[in-house]
Design a protein around this ligand. Structure first.
Ligand SMILES: O=C(O)CCC(=O)C(=O)O
Length: 316
């Protein structure tokens, strides 16, 4: 019996793909209408406060200044599980990564009034700050890969609330070494200004990871990614990106939800049962990557087919 294959309604056109290859990002595009997003978020934020079925334990997730409490809630929330599989997102990710795709990580990025922006940075293998690569692409070890991130605004993301900023075309060359040692100091959070903008990186100064310590980001080329609730932007994690601080002119927090995708051939968290971050670690015992498109033929990857509450992931 032949299987019905849904046409990829949201696949990128050749021109869009060419622009994406040049710039390192694509969008904004709409995943939810503004009112729909507002309504969904009002309801889901209350549900997400219950961490009873989250895969990382509350005690660990709340310790220190890690962002781990904000990781991988798609593995217990039906709304987020459906979100990472939405055709508006997955069709476009497939245009870049091919037919077999994993979602290996999601993260909430909140910015409350007065919060610093995120430092300029690039991410290739996510070895910061443990020194252990979290992603290993197949091949000769020379090629660097990164991940495709789809960052969806759950609230307004603009120049007041702390939108993302990109430097177009910077995704082909890493200027940072993620395995470098850097100083962790939570006391510097919200206290430092760089080129006149309040920014930091969860207690690190990302400039310490520069290969060339004299390198300076050319901020005159920065493009702000202003998104309404429900809009998203897709980009290579190796693209130079940052975010602005929340200037406090509105009480609404800015909330981004980043979903990260790789081809199934990439090894995720290789040779470890622990996720090490920011001076702490959590067990990966309940962790699995999600096949959002195609099939996984990589036996080293742990796969989750359902959330911890039994909601199935909708593979394309
Ligand atoms: O939302 C932010 O401020 C930073 C997000 C980011 O760096 C990412 O999604 O990779």
């Amino acid at each position: 019996m032949s299987q019905t294959v849904r046409p990829r309604e949201f696949a990128m056109t050749e021109q869009q793909l060419a622009d994406f290859q040049r710039d390192g990002y694509f969008g904004p595009f709409t995943v939810y209408e503004v009112d729909e997003m507002r309504q969904l978020w009002r309801q889901e934020r209350l549900r997400l406060m219950d961490r009873g079925n989250a895969i990382y334990s509350v005690a660990v997730a709340e310790s220190g200044n890690t962002n781990i409490a904000n990781y991988d809630r798609h593995l217990d929330s039906a709304f987020l599980a459906d979100h990472i599989c939405r055709p508006e997102i997955v069709d476009r990710v497939m245009s870049v990564l091919g037919p077999d795709v994993l979602c290996w990580r999601t993260e909430f990025f909140p910015k409350y009034p007065g919060d610093e922006g995120t430092d300029w940075h690039q991410a290739d293998n996510f070895a910061i700050p443990s020194g252990r690569p979290q992603l290993v692409w197949p091949g000769d070890g020379v090629h660097f890969g990164g991940t495709i991130t789809v960052w969806t605004a759950f609230t307004e993301a603009n120049e007041h609330t702390g939108c993302l900023q990109f430097i177009p075309g910077t995704h082909q060359r890493m200027v940072y070494d993620e395995t470098k040692q850097a100083h962790y100091n939570p006391d510097r959070i919200n206290q430092e200004s760089k080129n006149g903008t309040k920014r930091g990186f969860f207690g690190y100064d990302y400039r310490e990871f520069q290969v060339d310590e004299d390198f300076e980001v050319d901020e005159s080329r920065a493009v702000p990614m202003v998104l309404r609730p429900g809009q998203a932007i897709l980009f290579w994690s190796t693209l130079m990106h940052a975010s602005l601080p929340h200037d406090g002119s509105t009480e609404e927090m800015r909330l981004g939800y980043a979903a990260r995708y790789v081809p199934t051939s990439v090894n995720v968290y290789p040779n470890t049962t622990e996720l090490f971050e920011y001076g702490g670690s959590v067990s990966l015992e309940r962790y699995g990557s999600v096949v959002v498109a195609g099939a996984n033929d990589n036996p080293t990857n742990r796969i989750a087919t359902h959330t911890t509450t039994g909601h199935p992931f909708r593979t394309r």
